[in-house]
Ligand binder design. Structure first.
Ligand code: F6R
Length: 606
């Protein structure tokens, strides 16, 4: 998603900003750019494509100056072109970078065009450059210019501006998009993601909605939404300087698939008390207060939530509903019977999930955040945080964060089950022991790339594929389909195996791959009947099951096995072949595995 950076210090600003942009590279973008000020002149460089395109451009034509801003863009308004890339410039005097959407840009643009302004891009963001220019032309100071611009714009934004008239400062503001100021003795920087400046400083101020600030070397003058001076707390963040190292793997995704044993064992540790019980970090009375849960999340995190619902209802007997975050607050949900909103987000910055959290909070629900990025907005703003300890996830497609989310959800189900008296200590210990076997099972599952290669070869030649499962393996089937389509661009859908006959089966024709997760449980017989129905209509059946079930579907074209595990652990262990299948199919097709087209790692627009 778009990322913004700013720097005021003693070093060449373009170098520092470029380095920080590289640290945001994993979020996915289609163009980037930097602007600096030097000796009263504004300098700008923008390029379409990867950061290396911008870097090559800067190597030939460096930008001088020690004050600068930078941007990585993920197109919302206007195509992927250099003119639409940020920074946007007005009158050769002002440059801005912006993350978010200016909802009323069309009205502002119409007004400015009547006033004689010529627009160069198709973006909503360009209005910001002209609004600042208008304010400075009218003699406004930086603070007054910020107030004037912010009084006119509506929407979600994190923005930074530099201006020739004020060559020593950055002007910044935020509303509903994250923005942090980093402070150290000899520099001040700003970024939409603390990770981007963790190599410069760990002392950070998180601006609040409506805040605006004028930043000079060594100082940040902050004002709140009412234009009053604001004292914001300086916190020391734990964000590690981003590791941009693939550790010998071809792709971050491959590395992250291999990191899942560690991610799960670290997450289990975080969910376990000093006495060795799975408490998910809760005191008993807090667990007692959880009576009815709504899970809110997007994409892969949503599918983790759907699996979590099966577990929490089955193990703890607590009612759970699961909703895509982008729908929740717009459909007038009836919240009265709910006690708890459970937000699941790898990045902790998905705007849809953040907004759903705000809605749930305002409706009086306690918010629990299952979040991977520790200093993210959802981690900071939920009432209770259940951390996933997956470490930084760089590949755009979520892998280790997903299995870590499942680990937290299963831990929460066990903790709730015990608190409700539905699990005895011995039963809870037995489940704990099953969980402790996960890192080993997943380590083995990860070593089975070669078993999956022929399937990936087959999928890479298909136009469409269907994934089936029952119980917790139904949401896993949807997640497997999402992974395949987003990485390899092969059309894929996931269905409940029993639902196939109610419509989707019409799509089955000769040679269509149907991949089915067959779990170690009684329902497997019914699932196999559903597979027979598909096979009878020409489908090529591919089965994912456990080692001891390997001959269970004798009509399968391919069977992939995972180490034997219980039904409860199956979605965690079977997630691995689903990820490897998508990864290898994409590699075979030569698509950009770590940054698939049109996608971004954290989606900070609605
Ligand atoms: C798919 C994927 C996305 C994210 C979704 C939510 O592989 O990664 O579907 O799961 O955008 O992101 P978070 O979890 O950061 O809120």
């Amino acid at each position: 998603m778009c990322g913004i950076i700013g720097y005021v210090g003693a070093e060449p600003a373009a170098d520092v900003v470029l380095d920080s942009l590289r640290r945001l590279e994993y979020r996915g973008y289609d163009s980037s750019g930097i602007a600096t000020i030097d000796n009263g002149n504004l300098h700008v460089s923008r390029a379409v494509g990867k950061i290396k395109m911008l870097s090559a451009q800067l190597a030939v034509s460096p930008l001088p100056g020690t004050v600068g801003i930078g941007h990585t863009r993920w197109a919302t308004h206007g195509g992927v072109t250099e003119l639409n890339a940020h920074p946007h410039v007005a009158g050769g005097h002002v440059a801005i970078v912006h993350n978010g959407i200016i909802e009323n840009y069309a009205d502002i643009k119409a007004r400015l065009i009547v006033a004689g302004v010529v627009f160069l891009s198709d973006t909503d963001s360009e209005v910001l450059a002209h609004l600042f220019h208008e304010a400075f032309t009218a003699g406004k100071t930086p603070v007054d210019a910020l107030d004037q611009v912010l009084s006119e714009i509506k929407g979600a934004f994190a923005l930074a501006a530099i201006a020739k008239q004020y060559p020593d400062c950055l002007m910044v503001a935020r509303n509903a998009s994250p923005l942090a100021i980093g402070l150290s003795d000899d520099l001040v920087c700003i970024a939409s993601d603390a990770v981007a400046m963790a190599h410069l400083t760990r002392r950070v101020i998180y601006l609040k909605d409506g805040d605006r600030a004028v930043i000079r070397k060594g100082e940040a003058e902050i004002y709140d939404i009412d234009q009053q001076p604001a004292n914001r707390e300086i916190v020391t963040v734990s964000a590690a300087p981003m590791l941009v190292d693939k550790g010998g793997y071809r792709h971050f995704m491959e590395k992250e698939i291999h990191e899942q044993s560690d991610a799960i064992s670290n997450t289990i540790s975080a969910m376990t008390s000093e006495t060795g019980a799975i408490t998910a970090g809760f005191e008993t009375e807090h667990l007692a207060a959880i009576k009815h849960i709504v899970i809110l999340a997007a994409g892969t995190s949503f599918y983790a939530g759907q699996i979590g619902r099966y577990w929490i209802e089955q193990i703890a007997g607590i009612p759970v509903s699961v909703e895509v975050a982008s729908e929740y607050r717009y459909r007038s949900p009836v919240t009265a019977s709910y006690t708890t909103a459970l937000l699941i987000s790898q990045s902790g910055e998905s705007l849809d999930t953040m907004k759903a959290m705000e809605f749930a909070k305002a409706a009086g629900l306690t918010t629990l955040g299952i979040v991977n990025v520790p200093d993210s907005t959802i981690a900071r703003e939920s009432d209770i945080v259940l951390p996933t300890r997956a470490g930084p996830e760089i590949g755009v497609a979520s892998t280790k964060a997903f299995t870590a989310q499942l680990t937290v959800l299963l831990s929460l189900a066990i903790a709730l089950g015990q608190q409700r008296g539905r699990l005895s200590i011995a039963e809870a210990d037995a489940l704990h022991a099953q969980m402790m076997s996960l890192p080993g099972a997943i380590g083995q599952a990860v070593s089975r790339f070669d078993e999956i290669r022929p399937i990936a070869h087959r999928l890479s030649r298909s136009h469409s594929a269907f994934f089936l499962g029952r119980g917790t393996l139904f949401p896993l089937a949807c997640e497997a389909a999402l992974k395949l389509k987003e990485l390899s661009y092969v059309h894929a859908e996931g269905f409940a195996a029993g639902e196939m006959k109610h419509g989707p089966i019409a799509l089955i024709e000769e040679g269509v791959p149907v991949i089915c997760f067959v779990g170690p449980n009684e329902l497997s017989k019914k699932t196999i009947s559903n597979l027979r129905e598909a096979e009878a209509r020409g489908a090529d059946v591919i089965v994912v099951c456990t080692d001891s079930m390997k001959d269970i579907v004798d009509f399968a074209e391919f069977t992939v096995t995972v180490p034997d595990c219980t039904e409860l652990m199956a979605p965690l262990v079977m997630a691995i072949p689903a990820q490897i299948m998508a990864y290898l199919t994409a590699s075979e097709k030569g698509t950009d595995v770590d940054q698939p087209r049109n996608l971004a790692k954290s989606v900070t627009v609605e």
